[in-house]
Design a protein around this ligand. Sequence first.
Ligand SMILES: Nc1ncnc2c1ncn2[C@@H]1O[C@H](COP(=O)(O)OP(=O)(O)OP(=O)(O)O)[C@@H](O)[C@H]1O
Length: 357
Amino acid sequence: MTDKKIYEKKKSDILQMVAPGSPLREGIDNVLRANTGGLIVVGYNERVKAIVDGGFTISCSCTPNTLYELAKMDGAIILNENGEKIILANAQLAPDTTIPSIETGMRHRTAERVAKETKALVIAISQRRNVITLYQGNFRYALQDIAVILAKANLAIQTLEKYKSVLNQSIIELGLLEFEELVTYTDLLKVFHRYTMVLRIKGELISYLNELGTEGRLIRLQMNEMLADLEEEGSLIIKDYAFEKSINTQEVIVRLQELSQQEMLDDNIVMKILGYNGYIHLDESIMPRGYRILHKIPRLPGLIIENLVLQFNNLTNVIDASVEELDEVEGIGEVRARKIKEGLRQLKNQLLAETKM
Ligand SMILES: Nc1ncnc2c1ncn2[C@@H]1O[C@H](COP(=O)(O)OP(=O)(O)OP(=O)(O)O)[C@@H](O)[C@H]1O
């Protein structure tokens, strides 16, 4: 995993733990509203034990109310690993003071140092500044106002919708070119650039949704609905055009997702991810294997599609094959062969109609 990916994964895990709707977040919000300030350590590991001084052993479940009541006391509250139990309250923390800290107040300096020294998640709730800051190791993140993230998530979903429709358009065009044997690497790259853009916006939206917790429920539903068929469509385009048909499509998607803004527009990088290493003339034509179009024929099992690709190598050969030739493929009888021919004819007409819309 790249550093960026590790950071994003850590952020998403931490944010999910304190997302709105979780009991821990409700407790934190109570403390924030009460203006008492708070210092919470999640996880009572050996390193935490080594720097804790004093405090009362509490050993009760961590509810929004208990957290709020205990935050009235000075010092830190220590929770168990999953944040479900309160172990200590009013604890003094004595981290190594030589650990560098960018914070100014004592609470936040302590939080940052404890997080770096113990690797536990530490939450500092400021008394004066109305902010919640999360620390873990070198990770630091100040939670943003829910209304601000909601606005960002709404904007991201609108952008996603726009890019999704542009992508759909280019996939329809690709389909038509596939039937006419006119696909070039340029056409293919156009689809991939747009697909990568959609993946990128999806990634951004998911990070907002992780922070929004239950507050982002409706936006998440909208996103899932919008992208429901795209995941499969993307995988099939990859299988159609990757250098090796046995390519791991999920891996390709992850690598596309990780590209920076600049990299995703670089044709060579995208082609490399698809397994092409040598020089490619972009105006040269390329044939799809046919997975995507064949998947659109109703009731055609995956195994038969696999047999068709094995036998005919590409979509053009399948389209050109006679009923008799299709009939020879394992698993295909005369009835099914006719259905495949009819299905392909209907799909082409459908694509023609869609491009005219
Ligand atoms: N080492 C520590 N162990 C436990 N609690 C601490 C420690 N240092 C500070 N605190 C807690 O932080 C409280 C406030 O400290 P301080 O005002 O210096 O922090 P701050 O970072 O400016 O935070 P705020 O923004 O909330 O004012 C203390 O009253 C105490 O409860």
